[in-house]
Design a protein around this ligand. Structure first.
Ligand SMILES: Cc1cc2nc3c(=O)[nH]c(=O)nc-3n(C[C@H](O)[C@H](O)[C@H](O)COP(=O)(O)O)c2cc1C
Length: 233
């Protein structure tokens, strides 16, 4: 009888332990999930300058070009703005805006689309946009550019990889030109987990490696392709 009581007491204690453990684990897991969620959203778009500019507004008869971009940390926005300025300096009217704010490409004679690269891919809003507007985009000259970090080592193989990032867009709409640009790594613009991965796992150093001369030259050479390869609407 005593022995039976002892076994029952042991079972009871073990069950109590299990219960207490699960009671502690639940808030701990919830806390970790919340931490993951909030930290990945920490440093969201509010801290990033989502540039929206119009250039060449004093030339109402000039061709109108849309330069739309997808960014996470802001560097692609600045590249898009530099391209927009350069295209306008060549005598066009240009709107520079985040792709998420573009409803349609009506009213634009040509379009330039640029995306940051994350985890080996274009940002989803860029691929979604091209897919959604492919019929309209096929009727106008369109150019693509990417801003990435793989080109910080400018090898043949890395250029191939960077060029291949654009394949999903090429599959929908053939561009008149593509620009492959090295970007910027600024840990202060990344979430906790992104910083952790980039700093300690990928080990990509911080730095602004954008080559403004290359970017501006690309835009200057792009202009005649955007103007002269007008397609039948
Ligand atoms: C989490 C993360 C993942 C990235 N993945 C890639 C990648 O797969 N390939 C690449 O070339 N660059 C990659 N980069 C580098 C970015 O493309 C580069 O920093 C770019 O300038 C970011 O553009 P943004 O500032 O407009 O967001 C990555 C950067 C971060 C923060």
């Amino acid at each position: 009888m005593n022995c039976n009581n002892h076994i029952i007491n042991n079972e009871y204690a073990a069950n109590q332990k299990k219960y207490l453990k699960s009671l502690l684990l639940f808030p701990l897991i919830t806390f970790l999930i919340l931490l993951l969620f909030t930290s990945s959203n920490y440093c969201a778009a509010s801290e990033i300058n989502l540039i929206e500019n119009s250039y060449g507004e004093n030339k109402p008869m000039a061709p109108k070009i849309l330069v739309a971009y997808a960014t996470r940390a802001g560097s692609t926005a600045e590249v898009a703005d530099a391209i927009g300025k350069e295209l306008a300096a060549g005598g066009t009217m240009v709107d520079v805006k985040p792709i998420k704010k573009v409803q349609s490409i009506d009213g634009y004679q040509s379009v330039v689309l640029g995306s940051a690269i994350r985890a080996g891919s274009l940002l989803p809003e860029m691929t979604d946009f091209v897919y959604a507007h492919k019929d309209d985009l096929r009727k106008v000259p369109a150019a693509y550019f990417i801003v990435c970090f793989i080109l910080r080592e400018n090898t043949e193989e890395n250029r191939k990889t960077a060029n291949a990032y654009l394949d999903p867009l090429r599959a929908e709409v053939t561009p008149v030109d593509v620009g492959l640009f090295t970007g910027k790594m600024d840990y202060s613009k990344l979430s906790f987990w992104e910083t952790f991965i980039i700093k300690y796992i990928v080990k990509a150093p911080e730095g602004d490696l954008r080559d403004w001369n290359q970017i501006n030259t690309w835009a200057i050479n792009l202009l005649p392709k955007l103007i002269n390869s007008q397609k039948e609407k």
